[in-house]
Design a protein around this ligand. Structure first.
Ligand SMILES: [Zn+2]
Length: 233
């Protein structure tokens, strides 16, 4: 995240080059970074990192075995989080994703349920989609978490081998068929740590995470935990 200048210099700089809030576009005060105070207060935080059997964990444990799961925010259509994640993923505004990833990292750092994580794996995009978008949003989140939690980030382990349609635009039932067998583990990925944290931007049905878990758990006895910026409940 961009650092603030000393207060007097920041006030002066804001007069010449006003900065606006990523959430609501209002001008920022000299002491605010990226989000205004009102947006910060109104972010719909879940506090799921404090509850082991939280709604995200309950949803995912019906699909595959896992150790812990959390999402920092609830995702509401047209809400602030939806706006920030849209700007991040589709308008390429990395700062929007980075600020939310910092919030997520802080929650995981406070949680007793994520203490034993040994490695971070981002949900991969298909190479053709990543080329088109120019970045993988889960990888940017993973990079922040890795730095703030002090845990290695493995970006080449999980591969998206099947090109799927954009899951956000197809029905819930079709997602499961579309994403099935879409991921593979890179055969050269030996000596992986035993407890991995799989990262995504938004948890919706859990279909993508389930397909990733299938690939990661095939022929391996790894333990899996899950974290995302937001969840739709
Ligand atoms: Zn704001």
């Amino acid at each position: 995240m961009k650092k603030l200048l000393p207060p007097t210099l920041q006030s002066f700089s804001d007069l010449l080059f006003p900065r606006s809030c990523l959430g609501c576009n209002q001008y920022l005060n000299f002491h605010e970074v990226a989000l205004c105070l009102r947006c910060q207060i109104e972010l719909p935080q879940t506090h799921f990192h404090q509850i082991h059997n939280n709604p995200v964990f309950k949803k995912l444990k019906l699909l595959f075995s896992l150790e812990a799961a959390s999402a920092a925010f609830t995702f509401q259509k047209e809400g602030r989080i939806a706006h920030l994640i849209h700007r991040f993923k589709y308008n390429g505004n990395h700062q929007c994703g980075i600020i939310l990833a910092h919030y997520l990292a802080n929650t995981l750092n406070e949680s007793v349920f994520f203490e034993k994580i040994e490695g971070i794996i981002p949900v991969p995009l298909h190479p053709s989609r990543e080329r088109k978008r120019d970045f993988n949003q889960a990888e940017i989140i993973g990079k922040i978490l890795s730095k703030k939690l002090g845990i290695p980030h493995f970006t080449k382990v999980l591969i998206r081998s099947k090109k799927t349609r954009a899951l956000a635009h197809i029905g819930e039932e079709a997602r499961w068929t579309e994403i099935k067998d879409a991921f593979k583990v890179n055969s050269s990925s030996i000596n992986l740590p035993k407890h991995l944290l799989l990262i995504d931007d938004v948890i919706t049905t859990g279909a993508t995470l389930n397909a990733c878990a299938d690939a990661l758990k095939k022929n391996s006895s790894i333990k899996l935990s899950i974290a995302a910026l937001a969840c739709r409940l």
